[in-house]
Unconditional design. Structure first.
Length: 75
């Protein structure tokens, strides 16, 4: 179970990614953030950002046009 959930449903690129970054900036290392998004660009943008950051993508899935990411906050 994630420590926080960010519902970015209905937001268009780049807002899901920007809100994800802001939320991660306010979290402690090791905490987990669940992100829910409906913008298809999120499936590309969020993992690409995480590869370049200290954060870790723990899980990702897509179902019915809804994208879900679980991210562990890095240090």
């Amino acid at each position: 179970m994630a420590d926080r959930t960010l519902d970015a449903s209905g937001l268009r690129c780049p807002m899901p990614l920007l809100k994800t970054k802001l939320e991660l900036n306010s979290m402690e290392p090791g905490q987990e953030l669940e992100v829910i998004a409906t913008d298809a660009g999120s499936a590309r943008d969020i993992p690409a950002f995480l590869r370049l950051s200290a954060h870790e993508l723990v899980e990702s899935s897509e179902s019915g046009g809804q994208f879900r990411f679980v991210i562990r906050c890095g240090g």
